[in-house]
Ligand binder design. Structure first.
Ligand code: ASP
Length: 321
């Protein structure tokens, strides 16, 4: 188990220091009775909004070594704010059958109805469940098991915040038993993590298109960024006036089209007006499929940092999107 920080580790009140992984697990009723030998490591005790791609890849490497040394599975505790992105990043590179399970909490440990202990217990059950093997990175909260590629944080405060609006949960933890109902399609992990210096230098922008958007925010992007994800309206639309600007950017960098709606896929050939998905694809934008803007940005940055060219990037999105 790797402890990273977040609400699950915030003691609350005047206490400043974060709870360690050992303190988190000590407060979980029923965990000792599971008989799972937990090797708990504390790394990067920060709010999840301060995590970096490099730190997440470090955790994946640490977890990978643990699995190579015989661990049945991995649990990562972290803040919920960026969990949908870190989980997907881990999923893209996780090469093992052993489950890589991420969890957290919406309520601090000292609050009434704190959800951290139940989430840790469920996460440990999933990490050690034969049924969850081969499913890549999973997010377990509120007794639900979600695929890293579909899961979203959908509410700012509700403990039932994690959902997979396009797919539903893959499984549930019921009376302590892990019940997997669905299997997400599995893909080859991306080749060994990218060079870290290159990763840091690889900036990918995310532009959320809004009503009457004139694209002023995209000014000069060619010189500062190596890729762009566009979160378009509905099925992948932008104002007609913005389309040429996005087309011009697509001549300099990969530009991936996604939907800002929060679920569902962008379309490929249903609408034909300026700024429609057909128009944007003709101008060189890459179809992000079912990937939401945040996950598309994770994939694009990793691909660029690994040296992938435009064709390889388009192919990766065709497979994973
Ligand atoms: N701000 C916290 C974090 O992501 C929120 C949480 O853990 O739920 O670190």
């Amino acid at each position: 188990m790797v402890a990273l920080g977040g609400t699950i580790s915030v003691p609350g009140g005047a206490r400043g220091a974060r709870l360690s992984g050992a303190e988190i697990t000590a407060a979980v009723p029923g965990l000792a009775e599971l008989g799972v030998a937990l090797d708990v490591r504390d790394v990067h005790a920060v709010p999840s909004g301060s995590l970096t791609f490099g730190q997440v890849l470090d955790v994946v490497e640490l977890a990978s070594r643990a699995v190579a040394d015989g661990a049945d599975g991995v649990v990562v505790t972290q803040g919920t704010d960026t969990l949908e992105e870190t989980a997907f990043l881990a999923d893209l590179v996780w090469p093992h059958e052993a489950p890589f399970v991420l969890t957290g909490a919406m309520r601090q440990p000292a609050m009434a109805g704190a959800d951290g202990p139940a989430n840790v217990l469920a996460a440990v059950r999933v990490a050690t469940a034969p049924e969850a093997r081969g499913a890549g990175a999973l997010v377990v909260l509120n007794d639900e098991v979600h695929a890293a590629r579909w899961v979203r944080k959908t509410h700012s405060t509700n403990p039932a915040t994690f959902g997979s609006p396009s797919a539903g949960p893959l499984g549930h933890v019921v009376e302590g038993r892990v019940r997997m109902l669905l299997a997400a399609p599995q893909h080859e992990p991306l080749k060994a993590g990218p060079d870290r210096e290159r990763l840091e230098a690889t900036r990918v922008a995310l532009h959320v298109v809004t009503l009457d958007d004139d694209g002023a925010q995209l000014q000069g992007l060619e010189t500062t960024h190596r890729g762009l994800v566009v979160a378009g309206f509905g099925v992948g639309h932008v104002p007609g006036a913005l389309a040429p600007r996005l087309g011009a950017l697509a001549e300099h960098m990969p530009v991936v089209l996604t939907s800002r709606t929060g679920s569902g896929s962008v379309l490929r050939h249903t609408y034909h007006a300026p700024g429609s998905e057909t128009d944007l694809r003709r101008r060189g934008l890459i179809d992000g499929g079912f990937l939401d803007p945040f996950k598309a940005r994770v994939l694009l940055r990793l691909l660029l940092a690994s040296g992938a060219g435009r064709d390889a990037i388009a192919e990766a999105f065709a497979v994973r999107g």
